[in-house]
Design a binder for this molecule. Structure first.
Ligand SMILES: *Cc1c(COP(=O)(O)O)cnc(C)c1O
Length: 364
């Protein structure tokens, strides 16, 4: 029997049988009451992942980028400045979105290989009273770095600024502290750490902000206030949702709950990442970032001399294993391995032995 393809890219992930079955269940009209019940259940499920009663979930159909852009267009102010603290592709993309929306934005584009410089952020916030919001990325998937959002968030709380967070590749597996970080909102997606299927994404926003705030949106489809009012009142969405992906997300959230929640997932991912790193180090491969800087979700490794990404990728693909390339300026020098999804011990062995084979062959 041909074995299943294993996805070690940062989403979409290898699905469980149950989530896959949920995708294939009977047809359902999104204007029927059953679907409204389902929507409400999924919203409650998203809110309960971190038990964040202060924040309300809003679901939108589209990839993670859709949720980030909806969060920024709906909540970043038109008349005061949002400071974007970036150290990778996704942080810089948040700044591009605000620029495209024609909103006042101030950028702190940091070195991709370094963490956020909190002192520089603090100086900027103290100098510029026009800045009311800070936008940043929790897990910067470009390099695998888990940014110090605990430090940034506490700074936002102390200096009374609102934090808008891209948590697309961390929600469900890394710690998120809603109150301590002065978190106005975060964006997440179904098909990364939650192990759902692609098609739906979501924002968790302060309840008071959604109930009493005024939409800052320069968009109709991405205006979260439209979704919030109908999803809260009736369970329906203003536009046709990705129905099957919502069924899959319900199953995935149930599995997350049953398997011990985000903290259990964090330890599973960490163990998988440690296994890959130890194995690669034995072949002389080093991580892109210093030890202790990477998220549990993804680790980036330097390609050894003489080995191209295309060759490495091709050899693994022959074994039905998919890994991920670098992005932007890191496009040619690294490869990335993510540990999300329905992966068991034997799958991990398939990955590590295939990696060892390619690495050892490259030495000869
Ligand atoms: C994956 C990801 C996104 C969104 O990507 P999509 O391809 O739109 O799902 C946004 N931010 C981060 C940090 C990501 O890892």
């Amino acid at each position: 029997m041909r074995h299943k393809q294993l996805l070690f890219n940062p989403g979409p992930v290898t699905l469980t049988k149950r989530v896959r079955r949920a995708l294939a269940q009977g047809d359902c009209c999104h204007r029927e009451v059953e679907f409204a019940h389902l929507t409400r259940e999924v919203l409650a499920g998203l809110e309960s992942v971190y038990g964040s009663a202060s924040h309300v979930a809003i679901m939108i159909s589209g990839s993670g980028t859709c949720a980030v852009e909806a969060m920024l267009t709906s909540l970043a102010p038109r008349s005061t400045t949002t400071l974007v603290v970036a150290n990778g592709v996704y942080g810089e993309r948040m700044a591009s979105m605000l620029e495209a929306q024609g909103k006042p934005v101030s950028r702190l584009d940091g070195d991709w290989l370094r963490g956020i410089d909190l002192q520089t952020v603090e100086n900027r916030l103290r100098q510029d009273e026009e800045i009311t919001h800070v936008a940043s990325v929790h897990h910067e998937t470009t390099t695998g770095r888990l940014n110090d959002i605990d430090g940034l968030g506490r700074l936002c709380r102390n200096l009374d600024r609102h934090l808008l967070l891209d948590a697309v590749s961390s929600f469900g597996a890394e710690e998120i502290r809603f109150a301590d970080w002065n978190l106005a909102a975060l964006a997440g997606t179904a098909n990364k750490c939650l192990h759902g299927a692609p098609g739906v994404s979501f924002v968790l926003a302060q309840r008071a902000l959604m109930d009493d705030g005024v939409s800052q949106a320069n968009s109709v489809y991405l205006d979260l206030y439209r979704y919030h009012s109908t999803q809260q009142e009736t369970g329906f969405s203003p536009f046709t949702p990705a129905v099957h992906s919502v069924f899959a997300l319900q199953a995935a959230l149930d599995e997350l709950r049953q398997s011990g929640g985000w903290a259990a997932r964090q330890s599973i991912y960490s163990a998988r990442a440690a296994e890959v790193t130890t194995n690669l180090q034995a072949s002389g491969v080093i991580t892109l970032l210093p030890e202790g800087s990477s998220s549990c979700v993804l680790t980036a490794y330097r390609l050894p001399a003489g080995l191209t990404y295309d060759h490495l990728h091709g050899q693994l693909k022959k074994e039905d294993i998919v890994i991920y390339a670098g992005q932007g300026t890191l496009g040619t020098g690294i490869f990335r391995i993510s540990c999300m999804g329905d992966i068991d011990e034997r799958d991990m062995q398939r990955l590590t032995s295939a990696l060892t084979q390619v690495m050892e062959a490259a030495k000869q």
